[in-house]
Design a protein around this ligand. Sequence first.
Ligand code: 1HN
Length: 331
Amino acid sequence: MEMSDLDRWLAQRYLKGHWDHQPGPPKVQPYLWRWADIYEGLRSAGEVVPMDKTGRRTVQMRNPSLPAGMTHTIHLSVQLVKPGEIARAHRHVAAAIRYVIKGSPKAWTIVEGERFPMEEGDLITTPNWTWHDHYNGSDEPVMWLDGLDARLVAYLGAQFTENFPQEQQPVEKPDGYASKILGTARPTWMKTGFSSPPFRYRWEETYATLLTLKESEGDPFDGIKLEYVNPFSGGPTLPTYSCEVQLLRPREKTRSHRHTSTTVYQAFRGKGTTVVEGTRMEWEQGDLFVVPPWHWHHHENSLDRDVILFCINDWPVMKALGLYREEAQSV
Ligand code: 1HN
């Protein structure tokens, strides 16, 4: 018997020898999506895709090397809700964040009975298995980024989805509830069942913190960078990923490093360059891009005004599994 005969014999029985190498999963590649394209696609979807056909009107990033998903761990889409529209209530195991691109104090995402206004630059969490629906009560379209760990959850076989019996869940909590009970003075008797609470991180406060720190040293790899922490634990935004925002000062160029976690970015303000393994990704406001695992990268702001990048990084899941490593390029 030849080795190839053996391989065939085994294959017919759904078996395989260690010597018979098969290709591994596809590798996420660095890629940049232009806001102009995303916006054009979404605007057209607003004209031709009715809400009752889709449940959620989103345009999703797909990494060129993957069948779906912006990366193997992070799903990212941009969602549009037109004036008066409702995106119906449901829940799923995959956790989500919303990062508002165009908002209004009269547009809300309702999570577990609390309505959270969606204003530009706000970050709102929809943790694992929380009921959520969206409503635009303003007279302008609203748009936001949806970041979900859905690909990872589905890969692990743990994705479940359920529709709420009505189109919208009732609003049962007073406005500002989460931010009050999770402030610095907290109720003694409340225990929550959520590992991460539904929460709104207001842009106004985040931006004020960035500006307060502008003259400080900052992170050598990322400039003035903030992590949106879980208000219970002080840990990452969600068990699977961390949302972060960074300000690059005029003419700031960061040091290069690489890590096994994957990052997806949105250029929230300004324009600049991220160099990933020698490839220059030139981004402008609204563009989205990926830095794949274990790729050297640094950021450059070559203009005289501030740049702000929003990102989702899957380091919490990598650290939880003992898979996180990082390395700095020597100076
Ligand atoms: C989802 O539930 C929303 O609730 C958005 O707005 C995007 C992508 C995959 C799976 C569920 C939403 C989603 C999603």
